[in-house]
Design a protein around this ligand. Structure first.
Ligand SMILES: [Zn+2]
Ligand SMILES: [Zn+2]
Length: 387
């Protein structure tokens, strides 16, 4: 029976003492085990996880460990549960919490900064100076579920109230898992200045963040919005999400295409979501003088950059981490007002028990998978069905 002192629950939302949780063993080794249901403390709630989307970063963590950081090191064999793009129902309130009610549907953002460092005080909690310090005598209370603390590939998780975003009943579980992805795109455009109405924006790379970057830029009034990529089916989804022009870089030089579309002037902003080795150089030649580039993806190797070109043309480069400055709230507002249909990037749903299959779909892009979601209830497990 789950009845921690000072925690408020509701009889019609019963909470078991233990839950099913996936944990990371050695690289690429996930095990489904029983874990105690975690307990929310001050300014925290317990979320019953109803759906969780798989992110490319989860694949990185499960394979390489980084960028997860558990107790100051790699996350292997530490009983760590990955997964960070989840949504659910508030199941219990920590002491003193009245900002949310038990039974309320919420989606989550990832980072709860320490709240006391310089960056947290500026609203840049995804760049918290106490990142990963949440244990032993260096405990600053930082949490980034699925990165530095347990995440969402399980049935329940504890979230700081500042990481919750309320969602309407008109938004499906699957769509709600995409709020944080749209929030990351929103954060990128926020850091670029935010006022993109009437300004040209090029988005490089039609992955989930790039596609929702197109949607958010368009919803903010940017024009033209140009999406570049290598796969026509992804570019077509970009069109449906608001791209005015799409460029298949296998068929046309991306810089020349952007210059052509903008009458030679170039765009004002680039949202770089491809991680391609030459992306910064290409972005530099797509923006006009004084233009701004936001880097939301990165190559695995160090790459040469034509710094002189950027300096001579007063081009600004921004690196972003995650979904700071409450960008998820603005993204959710667009989504609940149906300013774009993020569901276009959700392609598959599996049962939580089928997480390894779901990961394989996401990693190998089986059946044109983009966003693959797993659900703890309401979806029949293939494994069970097959036995
Ligand atoms: Zn993610
Ligand atoms: Zn901080």
């Amino acid at each position: 029976m789950y009845a921690p002192a000072g925690v408020k629950t509701r009889a019609d939302i019963p909470i078991p003492a233990t839950m099913k949780a996936w944990v990371l063993g050695d690289p690429d080794q996930l095990k489904l085990i029983d874990k105690p249901v975690p307990v929310p403390h001050r300014a925290e709630v317990l979320v019953r996880i109803d759906a969780v989307a798989i992110c490319a970063t989860d694949l990185e963590i499960i394979h390489y460990g980084s960028p997860a950081l558990i107790q100051g090191g790699l996350p292997f064999n530490k009983n760590f549960t990955p997964g960070h793009e989840y949504m659910g129902t508030v199941a219990a309130l920590g002491p003193g919490v009245d900002e949310y009610a038990v039974g309320q549907r919420v989606t989550v953002e990832i980072h709860a900064g320490c709240g006391q460092c310089k960056r947290c005080r500026e609203g840049m909690y995804t760049a918290c100076h106490n990142y990963g310090l949440n244990y032993g005598d260096v405990d600053k209370g930082h949490r980034a579920n699925g990165f530095t603390t347990d995440g969402g590939f399980c049935e329940y998780q504890v979230n700081n109230i500042n990481t919750l975003v309320a969602i309407p009943d008109t938004m499906s579980d699957e769509e709600a898992t995409l709020v944080v992805t749209a929030g990351t795109a929103m954060y990128g455009l926020t850091e670029l200045g935010g006022l993109v109405a009437g300004e040209g924006v090029a988005v490089l790379g039609p992955g989930p963040i790039g596609l929702l970057g197109v949607a958010v830029a368009k919803a903010l009034g940017a024009a033209p919005v140009i999406l570049t990529g290598t796969r026509d089916n992804r570019l077509q989804i970009g069109r449906e999400l608001g791209a005015d022009h799409v460029v298949n870089v296998r068929k046309e030089n991306a810089v020349e295409a952007v210059r052509r579309i903008t009458g030679g002037k170039g765009v004002d902003y680039v949202l770089e979501c491809s991680g391609a080795a030459d992306a910064v150089n290409e972005a530099g030649r797509m923006v006009n003088r004084g233009g701004k580039i936001c880097l939301a993806a990165f190559p695995h190797e160090q790459v040469p950059v034509d710094v002189a070109y950027l300096v001579r043309n007063n081009i600004y480069l921004y690196g972003i981490r995650g979904e700071g400055k409450s960008a998820t709230h603005r993204a959710e507002a667009f989504m609940s007002q149906k300013r774009f249909d993020a569901r276009r990037i959700h392609t598959h749903t599996f049962a939580l028990e089928d997480l390894p299959t779901a990961i394989r779909y996401a990693r190998e892009r089986i059946d044109d998978a983009i966003k693959v979601v797993v659900k703890a209830r309401g979806v029949a497990a293939h494994k069970v069905a097959a036995e």
